[in-house]
Design a protein around this ligand. Structure first.
Ligand code: ASP
Length: 305
């Protein structure tokens, strides 16, 4: 039986304000189009998630690549991960400051290195040695984010802002895909949380937390407040439940309930198995997502039960 490809992407889960909805929808639609191109030509799920995430990293709407949140020192520090469900190979970078598309470096680690992670300067050096151009950190910073950090730091010093309230933006991006060969893959990329301490690593690039893929279970990408997500190893938690026979749609919702009930966490997840069954869920007011299959092309801003 021929396998029909599937692609799901997300662009973060939070209370996306009305005036930002269009930009989020355009972003996830463009990413789904880019990821679909390799899939429809018979290309790999790995290529699909990489291409989708590159588009989201390049889009300043999202907290990934250029336009990401700034850390406490006013710098962009990026984390990304990509994983191949066929081989369980993974590639991750953490705390990189000079890469426009951290997912490209993560993919190189996956394909060209016996290791799974490179961080900070070592990751940048690995990328440069593998033909990826380095940029300056300033090239990743946009005025909107300089202003956002300034406002945030001014507020926290006077009345202690809650960094983890659902209205704080979580624009991390991710993708999961199934290809014609029946393989699944996942990727997640982020600038992390606003005003994060320099060196703080979130869940997004951590295997099994913000991202996971195994043909025998599922491919998952999460977004949201990273510390609770990593404590629960949430992407793997969800994949394991798919492996034990539950539908991804149900598991995605359960993962969000678990996150809320166990640690009062908030966020979103996309989940896809090797049969092409998927789930999209969030426990925040909104999440930007897009879906491509042979039959349909959909994007939305809300998917909660
Ligand atoms: N999960 C990311 C982190 O904690 C943030 C996000 O999803 O917006 O780094």
């Amino acid at each position: 039986m021929p396998i029909n490809p599937v692609l799901v992407v997300h662009g973060g889960a939070w209370a996306i304000p009305d005036d930002m909805v269009e930009a989020h929808l355009n972003g996830v639609r463009n990413a789904a189009a880019a990821g679909w191109r390799p899939l429809e030509k018979g290309g790999s799920a790995l290529d699909a998630v990489e291409e989708a995430v590159v588009v989201l990293e390049d889009d300043e709407t999202f907290d990934a690549g250029r336009g990401s949140f700034l850390n406490r020192d006013g710098k962009v520090q990026l984390d990304a991960f990509i994983m191949d469900g066929a081989t369980l190979r993974g590639g991750g970078v953490g705390g990189v400051e000079r890469l426009r598309n951290p997912v490209r470096a993560a993919r190189k680690i996956l394909s060209d290195s016996p290791h799974v992670y490179f961080v900070a300067e070592g990751a940048e050096r690995f990328a440069a040695e593998h033909g990826i151009a380095l940029c300056r950190n300033e090239d990743l910073i946009i005025p909107r984010e300089v202003e956002r950090l300034r406002e945030y730091q001014a507020q926290t010093s006077t009345h202690g802002n809650d960094l983890f309230a659902p209205e704080i933006s979580h624009d991390t991006v991710g993708a999961v895909a199934l290809d014609r060969d029946g393989n699944i893959a996942a990727s997640t990329s982020t600038g992390g949380t606003l005003n994060k301490a320099p060196g703080r690593l979130g869940d997004s690039s951590l295997i099994g937390c913000g991202c996971y893929a195994d043909n025998l279970s599922a491919a998952a990408s999460t977004t949201g407040w990273g510390e609770p997500i990593m404590k629960l190893v949430l992407a793997k938690w969800a994949a394991d439940r798919v492996e034990s026979g539950n539908l991804p749609e149900w598991v995605a919702k359960e993962a969000m309930n678990y996150l809320k009930q166990r640690l009062n966490g908030h966020g979103g997840i996309i989940l896809l198995d090797a049969k092409g069954r998927f789930g999209i869920a969030h426990n925040t007011p909104r999440m930007a997502w897009a879906l491509r299959t042979m039959q349909k092309q959909e994007a939305g801003i809300q998917r909660s039960a």
